[in-house]
Ligand binder design. Structure first.
Ligand code: 6PG
Length: 243
């Protein structure tokens, strides 16, 4: 295993987000790659990140060479306020010059099981692979208060270890169906950037960073790109329980 892990703690969410955006800009501008495949995370934390990318970096990043995917999507129509695509469209895609063909949304309006197969086929057809698994240049992940990441929830380690690129899960409380990338794809990325902010994440961050027994039930604990880098961008509130 040759994962390089870095934990960056910032006084505020804004500083964490700005550093993450700079980290995205740096790896892309340092590279001569013709194409970058990036999977976005959902939820609310990434909104600020997407605003920074759409603002400061709108004319600094080579959007024509960047392909946007999603780590997971709620099984709702693309105009639903629950949709991760809708969030990204409003905060980023509608504000940058990125070709339509570079946007690869998970179609939440489709039958989940069929969409998981279709999305996996698209990923397999378009991304390079390492071993049997596709390689994302970057996967941005968030952390749920319950320790889920993408849409792999606690006690769903079968999903984490799933042999498909994507699968269908259900939110344990709302029952909402989700299409999610699985653990082997997440851990095959060249880099994974976690963005975790706010007090509500502090217990899970402490469990994961301290290797607590409780962490071993959390999918996020097992994110460790085998041939890549893992960087945690955390604000002081989320790091509050770390020694
Ligand atoms: C989703 C996300 C999920 C998210 C966490 C954190 O679809 O909900 O992909 O994994 O990153 O739930 O969400 P917040 O940023 O809203 O706390």
């Amino acid at each position: 295993m040759s994962t390089s892990v870095e934990v960056k703690i910032f006084p505020t969410q804004k500083k964490a987000v700005k550093s993450l955006a700079k980290g995205i800009y740096k790896f892309i501008s340092d590279s001569t790659q013709k194409r970058f495949d990036i999977a976005l995370s959902g939820g609310s934390t990434p909104k600020l990140l997407l605003d920074v990318l759409a603002g400061k970096y709108s004319d600094k990043l080579p959007w024509e060479r960047i392909h946007l995917w999603w780590g997971d999507e709620r099984c709702v129509p693309p105009d639903s306020k629950e949709s991760n695509f809708k969030m990204a469209a409003g905060h980023l895609i509608s504000k940058i010059a990125i070709p339509d063909e570079n946007i690869h949304r998970i179609k939440g309006e489709n039958v989940p099981e069929e969409e998981a197969i279709k999305y996996a086929k698209q990923i397999k057809a378009q991304l390079n692979s390492r071993g049997d698994w596709p390689v994302f240049d970057l996967i941005i992940l968030g952390l749920g208060d319950d320790g889920h990441t993408a849409s792999i929830f606690p006690y769903q380690m079968d999903v984490f270890r799933h042999d498909d690129i994507c699968t269908v899960t259900q939110h344990p409380i709302t029952g909402q169906k989700r299409v999610t990338l699985t653990g082997k794809v997440l851990n095959n990325a060249n880099r994974v950037f976690f963005l975790v902010t706010g007090k509500s994440k502090s217990m899970r961050i402490a469990e994961i960073m301290n290797d607590d027994e409780a962490a071993k039930l959390l999918p996020a604990y097992y994110i460790e790109p085998e041939n890549g880098e893992l960087t945690w961008y955390i604000d002081q509130d989320a790091a509050a329980l770390l020694q």
